[in-house]
Design a protein around this ligand. Structure first.
Ligand SMILES: *Cc1c(COP(=O)(O)O)cnc(C)c1O
Length: 854
């Protein structure tokens, strides 16, 4: 029989236990061990059966057990102390309070996925986990962020394997009433809703769930509500489920609906309106369109509204893989934003222009969400230094006339939330030998020398042992799902060895991550696994996108290899990689392996989580590792950059990987002193913690975002919108005028004096530039000398810029600019002169995309 309606009956807690409801509903428990221990102690078995979700546990416990606990003064005391601790956490001023008064009142953070806890499976991989870590660290630092995303009825899929090792997907339906969520309600108690118009006169309604992430509210829109037709109810059915149009509808709801949800949130709670809008990847980009609509409704022209929106928007790009960028047909955008459905004052042709690939190599028929993201945000960034550089090259077409280094995309390297990802044993060790500031503030990593060798090694053994236990349990479960009987599975009890060098590899399975690189030479891998003195064991996991057959084939190859009775005690594939598995996996591995095709890993964060637990990274120099590998904190797998044949490249890089594992990694791991300790290995563990510990923290990342992007964006946003948006109006008029007349701007000729043919260091060159500006005023431009080294082809590698000052107006649109340049570099040197727009509302000189080079 099927139920015709389902709902969750909530527990009524006895009065002395009432604070448990507060503790269960604030997701701070997901990174606060004492709170989790409190819940676990209520009924350890039920805790495990409830997937370690406090809310589910309270629902599962009978009235009798609750009554019993309510009369236990010791337990009630612990509940009160935990609740007091949570209230104290929420009330503490935090780092943000130390910023000036012009720090933004509130910041909205939009993302299509959020990975906060296994109990709320609303993420697929790194992007979502990063968003979750961002909110958690923002909470710790008291940054006034509000998260905005979608609530997916089934979240992302659960992965299992067929007998033949083929990925199977299931989509268990989540019951939001049973999750740590609460519904936004109007004062009369009815669910609060937002609506978005769809083509054909349809209206899409959504209700809004709120998850409380420490201090940070996270608003999740849910289209599964009465009043929506069947199709509309299914829009938030699953994460990255459908193709084109379904995806567009999700992004429409997230962006446009998300801004409306924020307005609802402010109206219902009095929360301040965000001053900065952060778009985490292009998916949520329609938020800018909705904010343009708001400004237009308030009386601005489109171009003025665009300036107001840009000023206060931050866009983070996450993928250097073109296939990873959302692109829609222009016809789809016309359907959703055109004719009957057009937003008043926001013509569809204007929206189309925002996402147009109107640069060489672009596809004129598509609408590109990343391109729109960049055009709607005055500030943009990649997620590691290398990824920043790759992104500047990738999007250079949007700023034609500028060399890649000047493309206005900066970078902030990702980080991870230590309280979530560091194993309790490592936290305890840090507390004991270094002090509480290590755990609470991420300070003191340099003192890791104070921890004795024995202590580090003992802890690593505990963590490895826990992973081995967990892997055995998961493997057995997987084999039972694959159709094996319990009796056949005795061997799974002895899989893996808590004393063998353990290498982990877990990630999503797009091709560029090269899950099967290690299988390039299967005999070589077998020899490493079965080495008589220095064996290696591998724990592998990863989900493939359901529509990605290639990825599924890679998983199957891996599973087939690991199924072989000759090696299955040394290599396991564990299905259903998720946060819960990850929390045991990272700390349990001695080495974390990453072998993407460089430079397609934008940052990567799993290796950071490993490092914080004393794991050593073995990785291609891509993403964060390219930036922070220092020769002593792990190993770099040499890349065969420049080799075009992908097979040959894989061969070379795999061979380098085997060599490193055998000759460096295993050799060092098994090199023991008289105490049986691998002292040189432990040196590397210490160096990893000391060198990477302070850098890989999400608290560092969030502080960088605040200081480098949020505060300047808030300032720019205020400047644009103050006094009836005078700033935005002025900037829009100015830009329009400039664009209209720029084609007449040119550098007519340049004179210099002060050096002859034999220039010496310290010499001063007088530069006079004669430029034609026609109707553009000299104060609206900057004339610059760009200087630096030149190569044999006279190509300039700029190392400095000297602005020239207006010296003479010839009255006919021509001007003379002057300045001087001091030679500070020996060797081949050159310079050029160029004219750029200049306005105090610009964040960078390249922003408008206009330049006149000599
Ligand atoms: C950290 C994490 C990721 C991201 O790891 P990458 O190194 O960026 O691939 C993916 N999934 C889970 C469950 C994680 O915890």
């Amino acid at each position: 029989m099927r139920a015709i309606r389902r709902f969750t009956v909530r527990t009524v807690l006895p009065a002395p236990l009432a604070p448990l409801a507060e503790l269960a509903s604030n997701l701070r428990w997901s990174w606060h061990k004492p709170t989790r221990e409190l819940f676990e102690s209520m009924d350890p078995l039920a805790w495990v059966a409830s997937y370690r979700d406090p809310g589910a546990l309270l629902g599962a416990l009978g009235t009798e057990r609750l009554e019993q606990l309510a009369t236990d003064p010791e337990f009630v005391g612990r509940v009160d102390r935990a609740a007091a601790d949570l209230r104290d956490y929420l009330a503490r001023p935090g780092w943000y309070a130390s910023l000036g008064a012009d720090a933004p009142r509130a910041i909205a953070y939009f993302s299509m996925e959020f990975g906060i806890t296994g109990a709320l499976p609303q993420y697929s991989g790194g992007l979502g986990i990063l968003a979750g870590d961002h909110l958690k660290s923002a909470s710790d630092l008291a940054v006034p962020i509000v998260g905005v995303g979608l609530f997916y009825a089934t979240g992302y899929f659960k992965q299992s394997l067929s007998r033949d090792g083929w990925q199977q997907e299931t989509y268990p339906v989540l019951d939001p009433d049973g999750l740590p969520l609460s519904l936004l309600r109007e004062e009369d108690g009815s669910p609060a809703r937002v609506s978005v118009d769809l083509p054909g006169g349809r209206t899409l309604f959504a209700q809004v769930w709120k998850a409380q992430v420490g201090r940070v509210p996270l608003l999740l829109l849910d289209s599964d509500v009465e009043g929506n037709d069947e199709a509309a109810r299914g829009i938030t059915d699953r994460l990255y489920g459908g193709g084109g149009e379904h995806r567009l509808q999700q992004e429409l709801l997230c962006g446009v609906g998300g801004v409306r949800a924020l307005r609802l949130w402010s109206r219902l709670t009095g929360a301040p309106t965000p001053e900065v809008y952060h778009t985490n990847e292009g998916h949520a980009g329609f938020l800018g369109v909705e904010r343009i609509r708001e400004h237009v409704a308030a009386g601005l022209e489109f171009g003025e509204a665009l300036e107001a929106v840009r000023a206060a928007t931050v866009f983070t790009t996450h993928t250097p893989v073109p296939a990873g960028i959302d692109r829609f047909g222009r016809d789809q955008i016309e359907l959703y934003f055109g004719s009957d459905n057009a937003l008043p004052g926001v013509g569809v042709e204007k929206i189309l222009a925002l996402g147009a690939e109107d640069y060489p190599g672009g596809d004129p028929s598509v609408f590109n969400m990343a391109v729109m993201g960049l055009r709607l945000a005055q500030r943009a960034n990649g997620v590691s230094q290398l990824h920043g550089a790759v992104s500047r090259g990738m999007f250079q077409g949007l700023w034609s006339g500028f060399d890649a280094p000047e493309v206005p995309i900066s970078s902030i390297t990702n980080g991870v939330h230590a309280p979530t990802w560091v194993a309790p044993e490592v936290i305890a060790m840090g507390k004991q030998y270094i002090g509480t500031e290590l755990v609470s503030e991420g300070k003191g990593f340099e003192k890791v020398d104070q921890v004795p060798d024995e202590e580090i090694w003992r802890t690593r053994r505990v963590l490895r042992g826990r992973l081995v236990e967990d892997a055995r349990r998961r493997l057995k479960l997987s084999w039972m799902q694959r159709g094996a009987s319990e009796a056949e599975l005795a061997w799974t009890r002895d899989v893996l060895d808590p004393d063998v060098l353990t290498i982990g590899f877990a990630r999503r399975v797009p091709t560029y991550k090269r899950l099967t690189l290690m299988l390039r030479d299967p005999e070589r891998l077998r020899a490493l696994l079965l080495h008589p003195e220095r064996p290696v064991q591998l724990v592998i996991a990863g989900k493939s996108h359901p529509a990605d057959e290639t990825g599924k084939r890679l998983i199957q190859q891996m599973v087939h290899f690991a199924d072989d009775p000759a090696v299955r005690h040394r290599i396991v594939f564990l299905p259903n990689y998720d946060i819960t598995m990850a929390k045991t996996l990272y700390p349990g591995c001695d080495v974390w392996l990453n072998n993407p095709l460089r430079p397609f890993e934008a940052c990567g964060t799993s290796g950071m989580k490993s490092a914080l637990n004393g794991g050593l990274n073995l990785s291609i120099l891509d993403g964060w590792w390219d930036e922070w590998f220092d020769g002593g904190n792990g190993w770099a797998i040499p890349t065969a950059d420049g080799i075009d044949d992908p097979d040959r490249r894989d061969d070379l890089e795999a061979a380098a990987l085997y060599d490193l594992v055998e000759n460096s990694v295993a050799a060092r791991y098994y090199d023991r002193d008289e105490r049986g300790l691998p002292t040189r290995w432990l040196e590397m563990v210490r160096h990893t913690l000391a060198s990477l510990g302070p850098k890989v923290l999400a608290s560092r990342m969030v502080q960088d975002y605040v200081q480098q992007l949020y505060v300047p964006a808030a300032r720019a946003g205020r400047a644009a919108t103050a006094d009836g948006a005078a700033g935005a109006r002025d900037l829009a008029v100015w830009k329009a005028g400039l664009r209209q007349h720029w084609d007449r701007v040119r550098v007519d000729h340049v004179e210099s004096s002060g050096v002859g043919d034999s220039a010496q260091i310290g010499d001063v060159v007088q530069v006079r530039a004669f430029v034609t500006l026609e109707s553009i005023r000299p104060q609206d431009v900057e004339v610059q000398v760009v200087h630096g080294r030149v190569n044999d082809a006279d190509e300039l590698r700029p190392s400095g810029i000297v602005p020239l000052t207006p010296a003479e107006d010839f009255g006919d649109g021509r001007h003379r600019f002057e300045g001087q340049l001091t030679l500070r570099q020996t060797g081949p040197f050159g310079y050029t002169v160029r004219v750029l727009p200049h306005h105090e509302g610009l964040a960078t000189a390249a922003e408008v995309g206009l330049v006149a080079n000599a």
